[in-house]
Design a protein. Structure first.
Length: 666
């Protein structure tokens, strides 16, 4: 029993998307034609095609909008259509106007009569065409049954040309990949793979022949050491944060490219396809000396200046209202390392690394096989980079959450207030480094974040009163994310007992966990933030007891009062380097909190003359608002201090206690 054409299309698309040599993330295009019954009971031929902004590897039926084929084919009678008119006609042909917007290449697929069509951007096919002898190389690799079409921006003109080539077995588009077709889905996929395999074999022979000359591209580059890498990432992140916070991710797969003697020529060859162009914009930069942070920052500045100049040269092409992309490079090639890529999350940075690996490998293959690459004219690159049809793809992404790209360290994140803060910051897009003694609790917190779709968190299990662990916490933030923007100091324990009954060990333990750990994380955070040079925010989760202590709670109250004073000193010393320090003073937060365990609830209830089960209601009744305080209340206050909304605030204390007059800040 044959499958439905849409099911076949989804399966074929996922198979293509799973092969990273065929398409980059979000790239490639597939379609299928079949028959549906419309709302009047009529059988009509439709075409399903990949929608804008979807990815083949994870494709679902909803990623392939259906369009009435006769409405599309009728457009072939036109001599020309501008982009806006074409998109309007295509939109009117949609079976479900509310479905995902179809690809800009919809008419190309419609004008080819085959039932199944694949368009891939295989690295080898791009290498086959991106030089001056592209037509000859296509003929030698694939024979006379494949047509060659020089670069034309996707749209109506290219669709008409492709439709006229239906008698061939396939089409190779310069700078734009391979198109094949067949009447069955399996045959279409087989033809795609066979064509790419033929090109792979041809390039292997060509590279072998080219090696008769001495290799001039390789050079011996020593490994970049971990300490140099930490200094480099902090310096680069500080520089790149000028245009919005982002994480930095190391990818060693690009080491062979970064270590080439001609790496500048590889980068100058540009991107291999338009799909690469839209995501690596503006372009990659080469770090010439990664051991010299000032030189590395200068390399980024020079790349940004070059892009700004490029924009000024070409901006006359743009209609009014278009502005320059952020000019900073998103991919940094680092000899002795590979690449450092950037993004709002590690996943975003990984996608850029994947694309950079493809596009620079194509350029290197062209150089090694054919000599000088043939790049698109600067004006055409600019036109595609700011083309409304392609910019629309990026507009499909929802606006970034308020803390996107930020890196925040949260101590005491395994339970209670710390865990609630982590969940809230993750929902706001922050990249989190979670620290606690409780490994199981940290794993559960990280799982909460994954389930909620938050960026992947990094965890470190250890005692934050140990300076080695604290140093490793900050080093982890640098290693995993490139740096940090904030620290939430939340590790703490309850300490009960009257002063005359407290043992010295209990007193010291309370000070160590509640205050010394705060000092240690402050010390190492200030060092890292100073090296990064883009400011930051330290938020201390103190307590209402810092200002309004309670009898029998002296060990805890003294430590929290010390934390508030520590915050003030951090504000004084952090100000000159742009680091803010503020505190929140919660009171009686019970949900998920471990503070009340170990007899603390019972002791505090006895002090206030209430039953332990009545303690939470007692605390709520005594504040001015008569309200219970939750972890979410504290988390929102912490997020305010971490955000730019409080960019002019430092040295302050925000009560989160429902209004306890004795704890008013003063």
């Amino acid at each position: 029993m044959s499958q439905h054409p849409l099911d076949e299309l989804v399966a074929r698309s996922r198979a293509i998307g799973a092969d990273t040599s065929l398409v980059v993330w979000g790239g490639g295009n597939t379609s299928a034609k079949g028959v549906v019954t419309d709302h009047l009971g009529r059988e009509r031929t439709v075409m399903w095609i990949k929608g804008s902004g979807s990815d083949l590897a994870s494709a679902t039926p909803g990623d392939f909008p259906a369009l009435y084929l006769d409405d599309l084919v009728a457009l072939r009678a036109h001599d020309a259509l501008d982009d806006d008119t074409m998109v309007d006609f295509v939109g009117r042909a949609m079976v479900d106007p509310s479905a995902r917007r179809p690809s800009i290449e919809t008419l190309l697929h419609a004008f080819l009569p085959a039932r199944h069509i694949d368009h891939v951007h295989a690295d080898s096919v791009c290498a086959l065409t991106n030089h001056h002898d592209g037509p000859l190389a296509v003929k030698e690799a694939l024979g006379d049954r494949f047509a060659y079409v020089d670069w034309i921006r996707p749209g109506f003109q290219l669709s008409k040309i492709a439709g006229d080539l239906a008698d061939f077995d396939g089409i190779v588009l310069a700078h734009h990949g391979l198109i094949v077709w067949a009447d069955t889905s399996d045959e279409c996929l087989a033809r795609t793979r066979a064509a790419v395999a033929s090109v792979d074999a041809y390039l292997a022979r060509t590279r072998l022949e080219a090696r008769t000359e001495p290799a001039t591209t390789s050079r011996d580059v020593p490994d970049l050491g971990e300490s140099d890498l930490a200094r480099l990432t902090l310096a680069l992140r500080g520089r790149l944060n000028r245009h919005g916070r982002r994480v930095l991710r190391v990818d060693r797969r690009l080491r062979a490219i970064a270590d080439r003697a001609d790496v500048a020529e590889v980068v100058a060859a540009g991107v291999s396809t338009g799909d690469h162009m839209m995501r690596i914009k503006p372009w990659s930069a080469v770090i010439t000396d990664p051991t010299d942070t000032a030189s590395a920052v200068h390399d980024v500045d020079r790349s940004a200046d070059a892009y700004a100049a490029y924009f000024e040269r070409e901006r006359a092409q743009l209609p009014d209202g278009y502005s320059m992309h952020a000019p900073d490079p998103l991919v940094l090639l680092v000899p002795g390392l590979g690449a450092i890529t950037t993004g709002a999350t590690l996943r975003d940075a990984e996608v850029l690394a994947d694309i950079a690996l493809h596009t620079h490998t194509v350029a290197a293959t062209v150089i090694d096989s054919f000599g000088e690459p043939s790049t698109l004219p600067e004006s055409e690159t600019f036109a595609f980079d700011y083309w409304p049809m392609e910019l629309y793809k990026l507009s499909l992404k929802p606006p970034p959450p308020p803390l996107a790209g930020s890196v925040i360290v949260v101590t005491g994140a395994a339970s209670g207030i710390g865990r609630g803060i982590a969940r809230h910051l993750g929902a706001l897009g922050a990249n989190l480094c979670l620290a606690d003694l409780d490994a199981e609790g940290l794993d559960a917190c990280a799982a909460d974040l994954r389930a909620a779709g938050a960026p992947a968190a990094w965890t470190i299990v250890g005692d934050q009163t140990d300076e080695v662990v604290v140093a490793a916490t900050l080093q982890g933030a640098v290693h995993e994310f490139g740096g940090a923007d904030g620290v939430v100091v939340c590790a703490g324990i309850g300490v009960t007992g009257s002063l005359q009954d407290l043992s010295l060990d209990t007193w010291n333990r309370g000070l160590s966990v509640n205050l010394t750990s705060a000092f240690l994380i402050t010390k190492h955070a200030l060092r890292a933030l100073a090296d990064q040079g883009s400011g930051g925010s330290l938020v201390y989760v103190a307590s209402k007891n810092a200002f309004a202590p309670g009898a029998g709670f002296g060990g805890y109250s003294v430590a929290k009062a010390g934390m508030v004073q520590l915050m003030r000193i951090a504000a004084l010393e952090g100000g000159p380097i742009g680091v803010r320090a503020n505190a929140v003073n919660p009171d009686a937060v019970f949900d998920g909190s471990g503070l009340w365990s170990g007899g603390v609830r019972e002791e505090r209830a006895a002090t206030h003359g209430v039953h332990p089960d009545e303690l939470e209601d007692f605390y709520a009744a005594r504040n001015l608002l008569g309200r219970k305080v939750s972890t979410d209340d504290v988390a929102r206050a912490v997020a305010f201090y971490l955000s730019d909304d409080s960019s002019r605030t430092t040295g302050s204390v925000l009560p989160i206690d429902g209004g306890v007059p004795g704890a008013f800040p003063r």
